[in-house]
Design a protein around this ligand. Structure first.
Ligand code: ZN
Length: 414
């Protein structure tokens, strides 16, 4: 039996447009914006940008269209929202913290219980106002996480032993891929962020890494390899991974191979700096000592990589927790320190990152048809990249998420 209420509901559902990307998408007109074009490195005169249905539709509009929401930037700089290529975010509150810093897209490099997959889906459906999220699930690594076996008791025969050899790494990769991840994360070498680990120790052979890459490729998914030591990194590059995460001790020979293979480098320099200072994600005396000798090495490696033409992408490697102090802006300042121009640094967190993510043409620039993920800056980031530390406004999928500071003669959008 159909009641009147059910019938009304059915009509309402029929009339509701199907959400594409984000249910919170709305129209927005941004006036007097100096638009930063990260593709050609130019900045426009103050102009009008129109956003409809969460996407940029017109730049340099001839006249100001009527909109429920109009924001006058009074000549401030409009840049693309930032992409963070390496995070460990496990809650909406932490993800929200990333968004408020101007990160509108981020790539998970590991969480427990496929929290990243679930958050990705909630965000895409418009239920969570957080950055767009690419998921990786668990790391394929010899000592698999305890939680991995809770999610995959079918692989219980590997519990309590190292996941090694073609058959085992294939099974683990297949299990992770089956949960709908966007990237497979593997550890080619041991971790740095634990006091009793040796970050240079190679975990997997080239053959094992090749098996992981092949298995991921069957599902059309790329592989990201954590690697600090050169031997592990080299094996991962030769096996065909899409990105090397960290890369602290990579030799110029391996960097040259990365140029040849088109492998991306995500050096995460700022988080190594966090090892050396109190507070933040890492606060441990042993790691402090390690950080002090790793920091000059990762900077030197990244400088070599940049000079040789390796594609470098910005990332924090943080959880964006309440105690986290590392931001993507800190990484961009590190990139300026290794010799990048401000434009090159900004591209590492926009266009180059979008290519790594396979999202070019959707995010990472300000152009008609792209998602309206935007940040507002007081000064020109192409003069000094450090201005990215102070993001005055964040727009995500066409919605003003936050507007801070003085806005002369205006009431901030809330
Ligand atoms: Zn990490």
């Amino acid at each position: 039996m159909t009641t009147a209420r059910q019938a009304a509901l059915a009509i309402a559902i029929a009339l509701t447009p199907i959400a594409t990307g984000n249910a919170a998408a709305q129209d927005l007109v941004i006036t007097n914006a100096r638009v930063v074009d990260v593709n050609d490195g130019t900045v426009s005169e103050p102009t009008t940008v129109v956003v409809e249905g969460g996407r940029i539709t017109v730049i340099a509009a001839a006249e100001v269209p009527e909109s429920a929401t109009t924001v006058d930037l009074v000549g401030r700089y409009l840049a693309p929202g930032l992409l963070d290529a390496h995070v460990h975010v496990s809650s909406a509150a932490d993800a929200r913290r990333a968004l408020l810093q101007g990160v509108t897209t981020m790539r998970s490099m590991g969480t427990s219980h496929y929290v990243d997959v679930g958050m990705r889906e909630l965000q895409a459906a418009g239920h969570l106002e957080v950055p767009q999220y690419l998921a990786a699930g668990y790391h394929v690594r010899p000592p698999a996480a305890e939680a991995f076996f809770q999610d995959h008791p079918e692989l219980g025969h590997l519990y309590g032993q190292d996941v090694r050899g073609g058959e085992a790494v294939r099974a683990m990769t297949r299990a992770i891929v089956s949960r709908g991840v966007d990237f497979v994360k593997t550890n080619a070498t041991e971790r740095a962020g634990l006091p009793d680990t040796d970050p240079r120790r190679q975990f997997y052979s080239e053959a094992e890494l090749r098996t992981i890459v092949e298995e991921a490729r069957r599902a059309g998914i790329p592989v990201a390899a954590h690697a600090h030591g050169d031997a592990g990194a080299r094996a991962a590059v030769l096996a065909g991974v899409r990105s090397i995460e960290h890369g602290t001790y990579i030799s110029p020979e391996t960097l040259a191979t990365m140029v040849e293979m088109g492998t991306y480098l995500v050096p995460t320099i700022a988080i190594v700096s966090d090892l050396t200072i109190p507070g933040g994600d890492y606060d441990n005396a042993v790691l402090n000592i390690r950080g002090r000798h790793m920091l000059p090495r990762v900077r030197e490696m990244a400088r070599n990589a940049h000079e040789m033409g390796v594609k470098i992408v910005a990332a924090t490697d943080t959880g964006y927790g309440p105690e986290s102090t590392t931001t993507l802006a800190h990484e961009l300042i590190e990139f300026a320190g290794i010799g990048m121009t401000p434009l090159e640094a900004l591209r590492s967190a926009t266009t180059t990152a979008a290519e790594l993510f396979g999202l070019e043409g959707r995010v990472g620039a300000i152009a008609p048809g792209l998602e309206a993920d935007l940040i507002v800056l007081e000064h020109n980031p192409l003069d000094d990249i450090a201005v990215v530390q102070d993001v005055l406004m964040v727009v995500s999928d066409g919605k003003v998420v936050v507007q801070r500071g003085d806005w002369p003669g205006q009431r901030p959008v809330s």
